[in-house]
Design a protein around this ligand. Structure first.
Ligand SMILES: Cc1cc2nc3c(=O)[nH]c(=O)nc-3n(C[C@H](O)[C@H](O)[C@H](O)COP(=O)(O)OP(=O)(O)OC[C@H]3O[C@@H](n4cnc5c(N)ncnc54)[C@H](O)[C@@H]3O)c2cc1C
Length: 522
């Protein structure tokens, strides 16, 4: 593995000094920045403008208990989270998540995030795995868009925060003692930048685009996770990938699959097979609202049994006006494909959706590297265990983003010490079609490391992707596509290695070559 994926020409690099560098402008990055002291000089980077992130696609909402009572309380939310996580959640982190949920939501409400209300009360819905209605939403099914836009507006009002759009993080730079000394990045014209800082926060999102079929934004290639690994950060729970049971079968031009939110099933939608039969009743006590891994596997079983390429989601029991108002985004998207969801069943398949693993962090979002923090989907706080409970991820971005900012505030700042001459390198690099490697990695991961896995498949993918990485290690990568392919290979190998190592099925990691194993200590 290369220590630095891109060899910088330090003579050419533009230097920017900051107290904190935040990589990523999704909910995790934006909320962390907003919780910093207004006197902290903060620089934020994103890969492809403010509209490229998973946060804006979040539909269903954010889980929280509004007013603890006998019906619902943080303890119930805690229990539901542990059950979905199949016994592998970090209980301390989950406790923080559920206990601090409302403080953060209250802050969002006071910051005018437009949560849906009725007669002055917040509207709550239910999603898979939740035993109570506790999901807040905005714009019906456009929670992420409204939340991200509002946070972005607030950021623009801050003089201490500067956003660099289209600035690709290549690496986290460390000093002789292994402490963070800043971030290296390339702008859209491939000009090198050195963001000098003793504090770097990785909030660069998930890894969906290491797979061929995913609901994730095109930027989700695991760059921040790969950069952290190269810098020596520990990764955790890499084998746990969530496949969402219900994505519309048609990908868009960028290969992204449109999500049909679980909230539809929360409002009464049922899954049907090719023969029109509802099939979730006998599978799990929560039927269509069972945890995602169980629903996704049940769908794959139905597809195999009926030798058909998809199943259907049926919400025709609900009136058209209700559907239009409650799910405007889904209604519109389906209609654009000729599907009127008040009359037609929606053809759906399971695809990659969320990453439970990532950069290992503690309760303050700190990694094992001095000065390096991570939050949001690129971090692994342990709250999701082997499977994420629906609508807990935006919440995780908020709770641990705020904790990250508070820790940074508390720990103070210093100038990074870097011996730049030790890093000087001048190289020409090669320009080849790196996209072919990215495509091959994506196909292998989807075919060999999907909803059900077995050792021979995992080994085959591991071996081929190791070859690709080995080859990429021998050349100088001088363009963003090459850097992305390198990161994809590195992340894919970490996932495969962990998946090979975990021989028993648990949560979202299902080994068809082993008996199903459930940790009963949940
Ligand atoms: C379709 C969909 C629906 C979802 N629905 C819900 C839901 O209802 N409720 C819920 O809780 N969760 C939901 N999720 C999950 C949730 O949206 C994400 O986990 C969460 O938004 C992640 O936020 P983030 O800030 O960590 O990352 P993101 O929002 O993905 O932001 C990542 C940022 O990092 C930047 N970046 C990436 N690589 C680089 C690089 N090399 N250099 C510089 N910048 C970089 C990107 O440009 C982007 O700005 C959904 C996800 C999807 C895809």
């Amino acid at each position: 593995m290369k220590r630095y994926v891109y060899n910088f020409n330090w003579h050419e690099a533009e230097r920017v000094h900051a107290d904190v560098v935040i990589v990523g402008c999704g909910v995790a990055g934006l909320y962390t920045a907003l919780n910093l002291d207004p006197s902290t000089k903060c620089v934020m980077l994103n890969k492809a403008g403010s509209e490229q992130c998973n946060s804006i696609y979040a539909q269903g909402g954010i889980a929280t208990v509004i007013e603890p009572n006998l019906q619902d309380n943080p303890k119930r939310h805690f229990d539901d989270t542990l059950i979905a996580g199949a016994g592998l959640c970090n209980k301390e982190s989950v406790k923080v998540l559920v206990d601090e949920a409302w403080v953060n939501i209250e802050k969002l409400i006071s910051d005018n995030v437009p949560f849906d209300m009725q007669d002055g009360d917040l509207l709550l819905t239910r999603e898979g795995g939740h035993s109570r209605n506790r999901i807040l939403h905005c714009g019906g099914d456009a929670t992420g868009l409204h939340l991200t836009n509002r946070l972005y507006e607030l950021i623009l009002q801050r003089d201490n925060i500067r956003i660099y759009n289209n600035m690709l993080l290549t690496d986290i730079i460390t000093d002789e003692n292994g402490a963070v000394a800043g971030a290296l990045a390339l702008d859209e014209d491939c000009r090198p930048f050195y963001f000098a800082s003793s504090k770097v926060v990785i909030a660069s999102g998930g890894i969906g685009r290491v797979f061929k079929s995913s609901t994730n934004a095109i930027c989700a290639t695991g760059d921040g996770i790969a950069a952290a690994k190269r810098a020596g950060a520990e990764l955790k729970d890499m084998e746990f990938i969530q496949f969402h049971p219900t994505a519309l079968i048609y990908p868009n031009d960028e290969g992204r699959f449109f999500l049909i939110s679980e909230a539809l099933r929360g409002e009464g939608a049922i899954l049907r097979n090719r023969r029109s039969e509802p099939f979730m009743q006998g599978v799990h006590p929560l039927a269509d609202l069972a945890p995602r891994d169980i629903v996704a596997r049940a769908i794959v079983t139905e597809m195999k049994k009926s030798n058909f390429s998809n199943v259907y989601l049926d919400i025709t029991s609900r009136p058209r006006d209700f559907l239009k108002e409650r799910f405007p985004t889904i209604f519109r998207e389906c209609l654009s494909r000729g599907i009127d969801i008040s009359k037609d069943w929606i053809p759906v398949i399971p695809v990659q959706h969320y990453f439970m693993g990532g950069i290992k962090t503690n309760l303050d979002a700190k990694t094992n590297i001095t000065g390096l923090y991570a939050c949001g989907e690129s971090a692994c706080t342990g709250v999701h265990g082997a499977n994420r409970l629906a609508s807990n991820s935006l919440l995780e971005c908020l709770v641990f983003g705020r904790r990250c900012a508070l820790h940074i505030k508390k720990s103070g700042f210093c100038s990074p010490h870097l011996n730049e001459t030790a890093l000087i390198s001048e190289s020409s690099g090669v320009n080849i079609d790196f996209e072919q490697y990215s495509n091959e990695i994506r196909s292998l991961m989807t075919q060999k490391c999907g909803i059900t896995r077995n050792k021979p498949d995992l080994m085959e993918a591991y071996s081929r992707i190791s070859e690709i990485l080995g080859w990429l290690d021998t050349i100088e990568l001088k363009n963003p596509k090459g850097i992305e392919a390198y990161n994809q290979a590195l992340v894919a190998l970490s996932i495969l290695g962990a998946a090979i190592h975990r021989e028993k099925s648990v949560g979202a990691h299902y080994r068809s070559d082993e008996n199903v194993w459930r940790n009963t200590n949940a």
